[in-house]
Design a protein around this ligand. Structure first.
Ligand SMILES: Nc1ncnc2c1ncn2[C@@H]1O[C@H](COP(=O)(O)OP(=O)(O)OP(=O)(O)O)[C@@H](O)[C@H]1O
Length: 688
């Protein structure tokens, strides 16, 4: 009972009807092929469930201008209809589906400009998951014993090296009396995981009935028997670890019982190194949902107890994701397996493309076109919605942790004026060209800081630029902190620059107020004073010295720029400039960046309705046309509406008070996701 939007083009009036129409037709054809061959193949497009609640948002209320099919400025109308489902008890189950052409039911609202198919992804989560912004949840600091118990229950298979030395060691331990085995001493507990090798540390201890036959095998073959895999090579496993517990990266190293061959370094962080490896194991070829034949990413965690412990929580999160999303449709990194090797926890996952951050760095124009931002936003919010429904808070959403599934792109030459304005580094990295992805499909990675909502919550989480105000103010945090981080990411995708380029609390808070165009609500500042004075909850250690002291106890307002008693400024000029130059109210900030594509006509003021905004733009265009004969260029009403509602969504995600912030689930239903835009991201989509 699967049905997708039926689409048709109804032509109204067009400046260049033939071009526009063929462009739209081309887009439709690409969408169809994408739906049928690509995303649907991976199960990304879900069958919408039958639910009256899901018959939304159909028609918008008074403010909705995007239904404006009668408007003079419309060129081509690109009508899309969501399938309509009924859940009336009077209707037999088999009749619940109604075709999109039925007159009985309301159509999905009209879209005048095209969208990428990703922007239409549906989310069929657990309906019972509610109250994610509940005040009590925010003050839950989580139980550390739950975290420890959870980690203790995790089984890690120990894999031994195929090198002769290690094998003799294994033979030795395999014939040792039960309980004295080095295998059981070094493993946290041993069991096999679904789809993984069955040989385990337990099978190697003294009670193993096969120990005599194991002793007769050559070293590499013995290793293979131990891990249940074919060894890649007889080459010695020269895998080395430095004094900080980091694996010392060397191309062509072999590890994991001869199974993994190191092909490259994908990234390194606090937790360890992420390696690109070719995998000779069975799982690599037998998994139908795998993206990339036998290539995998292996995160080799530092061989230090505290990181090993953290890695176990990461593994539990990855396991929960895999158990609840077997096909990977919610675009989270997929765990293939995990094992312990020479005291390193190794996490094997699908190999993905470069991060969105790296793509931006290598691009002549760091910002993404609106259509790509919308496509990525839908996927990202949907992924986070799925995680939240599982009771998982990611806590470290940032462009580095959003990776591309397909790095291929088309290039466009940039005008010399733009090239001149690029930094030398960017000019060299980009070759003076703008890169446009052919497919903005993404995955969310790095669950190394993810937290189950009932488990231990560290007082400070998130990378600074993406950190929500409730964390900075020490109010306690929960699911809403991810929503704030997503908003920071989305703005960065649109502007190409970090929204909060700062490294300290006072400056960060001043920037937040400037972006939101309002001071912190007295309610949350009052809570901060209460919690800090009563030492309630798990407070950041520097809360008083870097945050609380900057608020006035009576007015509950942030004292920035900081002054001494005589009224002299204590805040340095450089810091004041950083706040004033880099930040502006979000509507002004976004329009100032987006103007690069649509000219000076575009201006949005979130304090006035879209109708009034558009009327102002129109009157400016008209008067200018009279005096200088200029036109509005690429700006039309649909484009304006697209950015207006994008800003509206971000504003709701940047709500200071986490209990009032829009949830990921609510964000999925925001009207911005019903709007389209015709830009370079649409034309580059699926380009050959
Ligand atoms: N499955 C993957 N496919 C491709 N690249 C990956 C994959 N996993 C990680 N990477 C790359 O490795 C980098 C580091 O990975 P990850 O964030 O998981 O490690 P980390 O040690 O937790 O890093 P950090 O300390 O910065 O949080 C990522 O930014 C990404 O570029």
């Amino acid at each position: 009972m699967r049905a997708f939007m039926s689409s048709h083009i109804g032509k109204k009036r067009s400046r260049n009807p033939t071009n526009m129409e063929s462009l739209m037709q081309g887009m439709l054809a690409k969408q169809d092929s994408f739906l049928n061959n690509n995303l649907t193949g991976g199960g990304i497009y879900e069958q919408p469930f039958i639910d009256n609640e899901n018959l939304q948002p159909l028609e918008d209320n008074d403010n909705d201008m995007s239904n404006a099919v009668e408007d003079d400025d419309d060129d081509v109308i690109f009508i899309k209809e969501q399938p309509v489902y009924l859940a009336s008890p009077a209707v037999p189950a088999s009749d619940n589906y109604t075709s999109t052409t039925s007159k009985k039911f309301k159509k999905q609202r009209t879209i005048s400009l095209p969208q990428l198919p990703h922007a239409k992804l549906l989310y069929q989560g657990r309906r019972e998951a509610r109250g994610q912004n509940n005040d009590e949840l925010l003050h839950l600091t989580g139980s550390s014993s739950r975290t420890l118990d959870g980690n203790r229950a995790l089984s890690l298979r120990v894999v031994y090296s195929a090198s002769p030395d290690d094998i003799s060691e294994r033979i030795y331990s395999s014939v040792s009396p039960p309980g004295s085995s080095t295998a059981s001493a070094s493993s946290d507990s041993v069991s096999s995981k679904e789809g993984m090798a069955t040989a385990t540390g337990a099978s190697l201890n003294g009670s193993n009935p096969h120990k005599r036959s194991l002793r007769r095998l050559s070293a590499p073959r013995l290793a293979a028997r131990l891990v249940g895999k074919k060894p890649r090579t007889k080459k010695r496993e020269n895998f080395k670890t430095d004094k900080d517990g980091h694996y010392i990266y060397r191309q062509d190293d072999v590890f994991g019982g001869g199974r993994f061959l190191v092909k490259g370094l994908l990234g390194q962080g606090t937790f360890g190194k992420v390696l690109k490896c070719s995998d000779s194991g069975d799982f690599a070829t037998s998994n139908p949902f795998k993206l990339n034949s036998n290539m995998v990413a292996v995160k080799v965690i530092r061989a230090i107890d505290r990181y090993r412990e953290a890695a176990k929580t990461e593994l539990r999160v990855l396991q929960a994701i895999r158990e609840n999303d077997i096909t990977g449709q919610y675009q989270c990194l997929m765990l293939q397996e995990c094992f312990e090797y020479r005291h390193h926890v190794c996490i094997v996952t699908d190999l993905l493309g470069k991060s969105v951050y790296d793509f931006m760095c290598s691009n002549g124009v760091a910002r993404f076109p609106g259509s790509h931002v919308q496509a990525m936003a839908k996927q990202l919010i949907r992924s986070v919605c799925f995680l939240h429904d599982l009771g998982i808070i990611h806590t470290d959403l940032k462009p580095e942790n959003v990776v591309l599934c397909d790095e291929s792109y088309v290039e466009k030459d940039l005008p010399p004026s733009v090239i001149r304005g690029l930094s030398t580094r960017r000019r060299e990295a980009s070759g003076g060209r703008r890169k446009l992805l052919k497919n903005p499909e993404i995955k969310v990675i790095d669950f190394g800081s993810a937290v189950f909502h009932k488990e231990y919550h560290p007082p400070v989480i998130s990378t600074r630029h993406y950190r929500a105000p409730e964390i900075v103010l020490g109010l306690g945090w929960s699911f809403p902190c991810d929503v704030w981080s997503i908003a920071c990411v989305l703005v960065e995708l649109v502007t190409g620059e970090s929204l909060y380029p700062t490294h300290e609390n006072l400056e960060h808070m001043a920037m937040m107020q400037r972006v939101n165009g309002e001071p912190f609500p007295p309610k949350i500042v009052g809570k901060m004073f209460y919690k800090s004075s009563h030492n309630l909850g798990n407070l950041p250690s520097d809360l008083n010295s870097t945050v609380v002291k900057h608020f006035d106890k009576k007015t509950l307002s942030l004292q920035w720029p900081e002054k001494n008693k005589r009224g002299d400024y204590l805040t340095k000029d450089k810091s004041i400039r950083r706040v004033m130059d880099n930040c502006d109210r979000l509507d002004f900030l976004i329009t100032s960046k987006v103007k690069a594509d649509y000219g000076d006509w575009l201006s949005i003021d979130w304090n006035i309705s879209p109708e009034k905004n558009w009327a102002l733009i129109k009157s400016r265009i008209l008067s200018e046309r009279k005096t200088s004969g200029t036109t509005a260029g690429d700006l039309n009403k649909e484009t304006f509406l697209f950015w207006y509602w994008f800003i509206d969504l971000c504003r709701k995600m940047f709500e200071f008070d986490p209990t009032k912030r829009i949830t990921a689930r609510e964000a999925l239903d925001h009207k911005w996701f019903n709007l389209g835009i015709l830009d370079e991201g649409i034309t580059s989509f699926g380009e050959l």
